[in-house]
Write a protein that binds this ligand. Structure first.
Ligand code: ATP
Ligand code: MG
Length: 358
């Protein structure tokens, strides 16, 4: 039986951060390692251009950075095909067909887009390409016939949009070529949308509230130590809130019972630690020191692998080139099927030639 397909990706607008790790990278690696799927991972440089058209240098600088992050977290290029969006013609031809199946008002209702437009302060200067990137994303997913898309929950409206396009396409052109994808979300609320170190609703490159996978030990420590906590927890003896408290959200996402044994044996597990914090008597400093130990332990092997791969940039470029070539082939096949379903394959379609040429 053919393996089910996974497609997901990242914008090369900066190195990857903890939000990417818990929201999507961990799921990708776990799914990859089951051996049950064929994964494709896309470096979305075209999507990155939609709000960085005047700064392509930023994108150029981050293509290999993102590749390094992929390898560092355990994506294996012999199993997972890594590709560059801008070099795959089908990915910008398909949106031309799909855009006729989507209304402007439907795009305007997309909550993620609404939010991102507000965040970037576009107002009347909103680039058309940015407004329509959900259509381009639908092309990315469907070109590979992906069934599974491992993402954080900010991407749910994009998957929904894709499903609508698939269903409209298959209905109108009376075919079953396109596959309806499903999001694969992480299994905890803390990871669905990891908060920023500033307590902001999402850790995001554009917001500058990130801990990056490549941050060195000192930087991670400094970011953890200056993290937001509960604003009402002023004295150690005050009762504190653990909900919406970034330190505890990160502990939810990263700590294990072994970490308690190793670094904070006075508590059995996170539940016990939270209980103490909520009752009062546990200081923020102590919590942050523990979180720092947990993070350093978690990130050290990733950082080490990253440093190893960094020594051979030529190898990285080779991975991207090979992966992109493979992707051109796979997506080209889908594009041909799409064109023939619509009926615009005039030069090769026997029916067209029989009816209009002969
Ligand atoms: P930008 O600010 O440039 O949009 P970003 O930090 O939002 O960057 P993307 O490249 O847009 O990152 O996101 C790539 C993937 O990582 C998506 O699947 C997204 O859901 C996931 N992701 C990004 N940030 C988070 C986060 N804070 N928590 C969980 N998942 C996240
Ligand atoms: Mg984003």
């Amino acid at each position: 039986m053919e393996k089910e397909i996974i497609l997901t990706g990242d914008r090369p607008t900066g190195p990857l951060h903890l939000g990417h790790l818990v929201g999507s990278l961990r799921t990708r690696v776990a799914m990859q390692n089951t051996g049950k799927y064929k994964p494709y991972i896309m470096i979305a440089d075209l999507q990155a251009l939609t709000d960085n058209a005047d700064n392509p240098e930023k994108i150029r600088q981050n293509i290999l950075e993102v590749t390094l992050d992929y390898l560092a977290v355990g994506l294996d290029p012999s199993v997972t095909t890594i590709l560059v969006q801008s070099h795959i013609p089908a990915l910008y031809q398909l949106p031309m067909y799909y855009s006729n199946l989507v209304t402007v008002s439907r795009l305007e209702r997309n909550p993620t887009i609404k939010n991102e437009i507000k965040q970037r302060g576009f107002e009347r200067n909103l680039p058309v390409g940015f407004m329509t990137y959900p259509i381009s994303q639908a092309a990315d997913i469907t070109a590979f016939k992906a069934k599974y898309v491992p993402v954080g929950d900010d991407q749910l409206p994009m998957i929904e949009q894709t499903r609508e396009i698939v269903s409209a396409f298959n209905r109108i052109y009376k075919c079953d070529i396109l596959v309806e994808p499903e999001a694969v979300l992480p299994d905890s609320n803390s990871c669905n949308r990891l908060v920023g170190t500033d307590g902001g609703t999402k850790m995001s490159k554009s917001l500058g509230n990130c801990i990056y996978l490549k941050d060195d030990e000192k930087t991670v420590k400094q970011k953890v130590m200056s993290m937001f906590t509960d604003p009402e927890h002023i004295n150690v003896s005050d009762p504190g809130h653990t909900e919406n408290n970034p330190v505890f959200i990160y502990l939810d996402a990263f700590s294990s019972n072994e970490d308690f044994e190793e670094f904070l044996p006075e508590y059995h597990d996170l539940a016990e630690m939270k209980e103490h914090y909520e009752k009062g008597g546990l200081g923020d400093m102590k919590c942050k020191k523990f979180l720092n130990n947990v993070m350093q332990k978690y990130l050290a092997p990733i950082r080490k692998r990253r440093e190893e791969y960094e020594k051979d940039k030529g190898y990285l470029l080779e991975i991207l080139k090979k992966g992109t070539e493979q992707a051109v082939e796979v997506t080209g096949e889908t594009l041909s099927q799409v064109r023939s379903a619509i009926g615009i394959d005039y030069f090769t379609d026997k029916d067209f030639i029989d009816r209009f040429v002969k």
